[in-house]
Write a protein that binds this ligand. Structure first.
Ligand code: USQ
Length: 381
């Protein structure tokens, strides 16, 4: 919607898999989500530039994808077509295999299709901060994708080189995004495909300026243990009087970005494409870092919610540091929306409005990373 507002001709290509996963998991977004046809109609009714829609599974309908690219001849493809939840990806061998099949195939099909089309199409891909991992970086700043290293030579001299930052995924989902990075590296080197990879942090907030224009355009608000992300979950839990579900000690530090900024970043990335032959551009799409336990305390302070420290279902460091370089977006004009009591309260208000739609039994995170974590969750319940 933001891109249509900017005057772009937008075609959505989607297999609507997220809606099917809702049916499988027997849980729905806290906010009611209208079907795609109704959403597009609502957008036009309120004066939005028409957006078209094509139902397609890019991971498995390769020939249709090539034909579509040749017909549409887009300047850019914004690639969001991936299963995006870490807990869902760790639920069972079936969800692990689905996540790898969908995410890796989808990305590779898109790259191969662009080469086959012969067109110069810029890919803007939604990657993740999780590719860098959440171990100790020993106080070092995480660079935007590339790490400067010194390589020792046999004669004792050294040369400097920039390599892709070592990958350290913390879930099968995050692993697929590290695999995407290698696919991009290769196709950029071999075929000079122009690519921007957005290493996004955890999104919080519910509405953007465009989605707030009509209730039929409301965003998803995932609160369940598989798809809900941490800050929105805490805010929603506070809204319904459910003790905040802090995993472990809450010492995990993560990168965050408000949904409005996320939308803004995609636009900035599209407006500043790499040149032909330039290496993959990597932007750290985050505005601030916070410790999960500190966030819980902040939400508790704001709302009076209670904290509940739970056995961590994830196999992750108890505590980590996270200093991130995000100069690329700031230099290109991003004005960060940082954690602000008003915006936090806005999420609580949205959650309160739809509280009756909440299934409290779906709040706990029960997807365990290993049998050790599964055992700990069982013991505690
Ligand atoms: N956590 C809690 N309590 C909860 C939920 C989560 O303490 O109720 C903790 C988790 O154990 C973890 C941290 O909060 O340490 C973040 O969890 P999350 O579910 O908010 O985020 P994550 O699984 O890392 O994934 C989300 C998105 C993913 C995106 C990623 C960006 O689902 O698509 O790539 O954030 S990042 O985390 O920067 O890699």
């Amino acid at each position: 919607m933001n891109l249509a507002d900017e005057g772009h001709d937008v075609l959505i290509v989607d297999n609507l898999s997220r809606r099917k996963i809702d049916i499988d998991l027997e849980v729905e977004s806290l906010t009611p989500i209208t079907n795609i046809g109704e959403r597009l109609k609502a957008w036009e009714e309120i004066g939005g530039k028409p957006i078209r829609f094509e139902h397609m599974d890019i991971a498995h309908e390769y020939d249709r994808l090539v034909t579509m690219l040749k017909t549409e001849r887009p300047d850019a493809v914004v690639h969001f077509a991936e299963q995006r939840a870490a807990p869902y990806s760790m639920k069972s061998s079936s969800t692990k295999r689905y996540t790898v099949d969908n995410n890796v195939n989808g990305t590779h099909n898109l790259l191969a299709a662009i080469v086959e089309s012969g067109l110069d199409i810029h890919i803007v891909h939604l990657g993740t901060m999780g590719v860098y991992g959440y171990g100790s970086h020993r106080g070092a700043t995480i660079p935007e994708g590339y790490l400067k290293v010194e390589v020792p030579q046999p004669d004792g001299s050294r040369f400097e080189e920039e390599i892709l930052h070592p990958a350290s995924p913390g879930s099968v989902y995050h692993m697929t995004k590290t695999l995407d990075q290698l696919l991009f590296l290769y196709y950029n080197k071999n075929d000079q495909i122009r690519i921007t990879d957005l290493h996004q942090g955890i999104v919080w907030g519910t509405n953007t300026e465009a989605t707030a224009r009509d209730t039929r355009l409301t965003n998803r608000f995932d609160y369940d243990g598989d798809y809900g992300t941490v800050l929105n979950r805490f805010l929603m839990q506070a809204a319904i009087g459910y003790p905040l579900t802090v995993h472990g000690t809450g010492g995990q530090t993560r990168a965050f970005i408000h949904i409005r900024d996320s939308v803004q970043c995609v636009q900035i990335a599209l407006e500043n494409p790499p040149t032909k032959g330039e290496r993959v551009k990597i932007f750290n799409q985050m505005t601030e870092s916070h410790q999960v336990g500190e966030l819980a305390k902040k939400v508790a302070g704001l709302t009076g919610a209670k904290l509940n420290y739970l056995p961590n279902p994830r196999n992750e460091a108890v505590e980590n540091d996270l200093i991130v370089d995000n100069r690329c977006f700031i230099e290109l004009g991003l004005k960060p929306t940082t954690l602000d009591d008003g915006l936090l309260s806005e999420v609580v208000d949205v959650a309160k409005r739809w509280a009756s739609r909440c299934d409290r039994s779906r709040i706990p995170c029960v997807s365990a990373w290993t049998t050790t974590q599964a055992e700990a969750i069982k013991q505690a319940s």
